[in-house]
Write a protein that binds this ligand. Structure first.
Ligand code: ACO
Length: 694
């Protein structure tokens, strides 16, 4: 397999030296058993790496019975991978020597670079790497392991168990900790790569590599942050990618001037990125590895599942979890009775959960599992077990595994074993046999949920290439405002710009005087009247908004009252006139756009109105995206049922989608857009208010 990535200087770098090296140099290999340079050499040898291993140390002689070279340049043959474990001050020299030797892959274990503010040396490493087409992992890493090549170039404490999960970790310490944990839980990994400071190789590169690695079925990433959000967003996701992203703070969002800006925050944006890419986001390590194990199962064909249990309680708990997760349970009760009655005592239940009762032993489980696996009507099987003194969980686990293997593993089967030490051993046995097993009912249901979610992600309708350009008239209109030194558009200006982009408005007008207002208001009642002044940002604070004006007379009196009030409150303000906007009622939504420092323009949609920041029922997407992604975005909010119809009012979904696409035309020329409320009803969608920040 050949695979490569593009470096920042446009040259191609190969990754084969990381995963399929024929020869490895350990620069800084040591005879001193307390040193990392010793441990890495030891792990390489103990792991059974079949290729050549060259210890490099200026002292020469032998380490671990292997001839030591004073420099990589002295090694007679080619070197595919250099593992660098010399102190930080020596790393650049070591990299120069790697370049001279023509080494194309380096894993730099050494700490003491960007993480402690030493960016200068890190930049130099990157420069040498790019100039010489060296792909670099690290610095500040634990190393890497790749089980198919018997490669353990790490100072991790244990060998991994072989499997098909590739684990990529930004943190080395966590990777070490989880190595031991996966071994204890009998979870097999194909690879473990520590990324550290990511001077060169990062998540997107490794996803790209593992995309076409037959030894990897699922990619699990522990992520703290990304160096280049837009590049990551462009990564092709061909296999299930599960991310545990930590750091959910929303610092930085506070300074934003609009609702959209303040609601975006970094975590909401990361959520959007993962959803947009079809990446699965886990919230804990056990969830992430629990999901990863589920991908050893075949995808479910349908959603008719059965629960086989010996306990009513866990059966009900699983039923609840299934309902919450959208996992269907087969409901054909006569059919279930005809098939499963023989597997249980008289007092058992076939009503799915199939409860073979506490008296149901190994044979009962075996029979029920066999039937469930052989019947086409059933798409997936949950096997639940509560430990009793009557049964040996290990025997039940073995029976389930045997039946599953005998059936040819054509449908998903997962197991939850609730109990003590014996159940734990049974759980490990199942994991070893690549049957996902858990000690909690919610986790077993979650394993099916994630299989369905991945399938849905893969089948999701996708937009082709979408690009948005701002209309020329909007560009020159905004330029004029910019030249005046203003950064916040007045409402009528924002309305004009949004209209130019195709955002639908209720009837509205901008009036410089009462007479103009009265003329424009004909046929518009009831209407809202709002002050227009460049000095007044928060109109309501100065009584600059009056709603539901029902007549010409009311307009006149409210206009005069408003002007008098504001002149008194803000004598210096330049009162240009008023906006009058026809009142529309319907479902109040919010649509907006803000700029994220990592990912650029981000579009928000959610339930709007005055409670928007309290409810926070909003979701995001990174621009540009098209109508299909806009539809997914809309379907993500908690109140999505309201959009489908509430008290006789239906959302105009096509209109909402149009708005979500239209505002993207401004993504290159404005900082924030806020349409709140964006009112939608049976007749259409209308921007009831508008705000644009430059
Ligand atoms: N070429 C080859 N060998 C060299 C060179 C060179 N240019 N310079 C020094 N060496 C040898 C040394 O002589 C020594 O060998 P010796 O034991 O025979 O004398 C060996 O390389 C190591 O050098 P030391 O100076 O002894 O350095 P030490 O082993 O104490 O530390 C290390 C080096 C491990 C790279 C350290 O600087 C470091 O960065 N430690 C942190 C590593 C780490 O934690 N990484 C992140 C992992 S993730 C996590 O958080 C767990």
């Amino acid at each position: 397999m050949k695979s490569s990535c593009s470096s920042s200087v446009g040259k191609k770098k190969s990754f084969d030296g990381f995963f399929h090296p024929q020869s490895i140099a350990v620069i800084g290999a040591s005879n001193n058993t307390t040193k990392i340079g010793f441990q890495i050499l030891h792990n390489l040898i103990a792991g059974g790496f079949p290729g050549k291993i060259y210890p490099i140390n200026p002292r020469g002689k032998e380490i671990h019975g292997k001839k030591v070279y004073k420099s990589v340049k002295d090694v007679p043959g080619d070197i595919d991978l250099a593992v660098v474990t010399v102190p930080a001050q020596q790393v650049i020299q070591a990299m120069r020597e790697c370049a001279e030797k023509g080494i194309k892959n380096a894993a730099i274990i050494t700490s003491g670079f960007g993480e402690v503010g030493n960016h200068k040396d890190e930049d130099e490493i990157k420069r040498i790497a790019d100039e010489n087409e060296i792909a670099v992992l690290g610095p500040n890493i634990l190393g890497l392991l790749y089980m198919p090549a018997k490669l353990n170039a790490s100072f991790g404490p244990v060998e991994l168990l072989p499997g098909k999960i590739a684990f990529i970790s930004q943190s080395g310490a966590l990777a070490i900790a989880l190595m031991g944990w996966t071994v204890m839980e009998k979870i097999g990994l194909s690879s473990l790569c520590s990324l550290g400071n990511k001077v060169d190789v990062d998540e997107k590169d490794l996803i790209g590599y593992f995309n076409s690695d037959p030894n990897v079925d699922v990619i699990l990433i522990y992520m703290e942050g990304l160096k280049d959000g837009r590049e990551f967003l462009a990564t092709e996701i061909r296999k299930p990618v599960i991310v545990l992203k930590v750091g959910r703070s929303s610092r930085g969002a506070k300074a934003a001037a609009s609702h959209t800006g303040s609601l975006a925050g970094s975590d909401g944006v990361y959520n959007a990125v993962f959803k947009q890419m079809g990446i699965l986001r886990a919230s804990s390590f056990s969830e992430a590895f629990g999901w990863a194990r589920a991908f050893s199962l075949p995808a479910p064909k349908g959603n008719n599942n059965v629960i086989i249990t010996n306990g009513g309680g866990i059966g009900v708990a699983a039923t609840d979890e299934c309902e919450a997760a959208g996992i269907g349970l087969l409901e054909d009760l006569p059919w279930l009775e005809s098939k499963f009655r023989s597997t249980m005592p008289d007092f058992g239940s076939t009503k799915n959960p199939i409860d073979i009762t506490g008296q149901g032993g190994v044979q009962g489980y075996r029979d029920a599992v066999k039937i469930a696996l052989s019947e086409d009507k059933i798409d997936g099987v949950f096997v639940l077990y509560c430990e009793t003194a009557m049964t040996d969980p290990l025997e039940i686990a073995k029976a389930a595994a045997e039946e599953y293997d005998a059936s040819g593993r054509k449908k998903p089967l997962a197991v939850a074993l609730v109990g003590g030490e014996d159940s734990r051993r049974a759980l490990q046995l199942l994991n070893e046999r690549k049957i996902p097993a858990y000690s909690e009912v919610k986790d077993v249901v979650s394993s099916f949920k994630i299989l369905r979610e991945w399938k849905k992600n893969q089948d999701r309708p996708r937009d082709g290439d979408v690009q948005y350009e701002p209309p020329n008239e909007a560009v020159s209109y905004i330029d004029t405002i910019r030249k005046e030194g203003r950064t916040i558009l007045m409402e009528h200006e924002a309305r004009k710009v949004l209209e130019m982009c195709g955002v639908p408005m209720p009837k509205w007008g901008f009036a410089r005087s009462l007479d103009e207002a009265k003329k424009q208001a004909e046929g518009m009642y009831p209407l809202a009247m709002k002050i227009a002044s460049p000095e007044i940002i928060h109109k309501s604070d100065v009584g600059g908004v009056v709603l539901n004006i029902g007549s010409r007379e009311e307009l006149e009196s409210k206009y005069n009252e408003m002007m008098a009030r504001i002149k008194k409150l803000m004598p210096g303000a330049n009162l240009l006139g008023v906006n009058i906007v026809q009142m529309v009622s319907g479902i109040e939504c919010i649509a907006g756009m803000s700029q994220d420092p990592q990912f650029g323009p981000v579009v928000m949609f959610g339930l709007g109105g005055v409670l928007v920041e309290a409810l926070k029922d909003v979701s995001f997407r990174i621009a540009p995206f098209g109508e299909k992604e806009a539809e997914r975005l809309m379907a993500e909010i908690k109140a999505k049922n309201i959009l489908d119809g509430f008290r006789g009012i239906h959302a105009d979904k096509a209109g909402l989608i149009k708005v979500l696409c239209a505002i993207q035309k401004l993504s290159a020329i404005v900082k924030e857009v806020d349409i709140n409320p964006l009112i939608t009803n049976n007749n259409g969608t209308f921007a009831a208010d508008a705000r644009i920040v430059l």
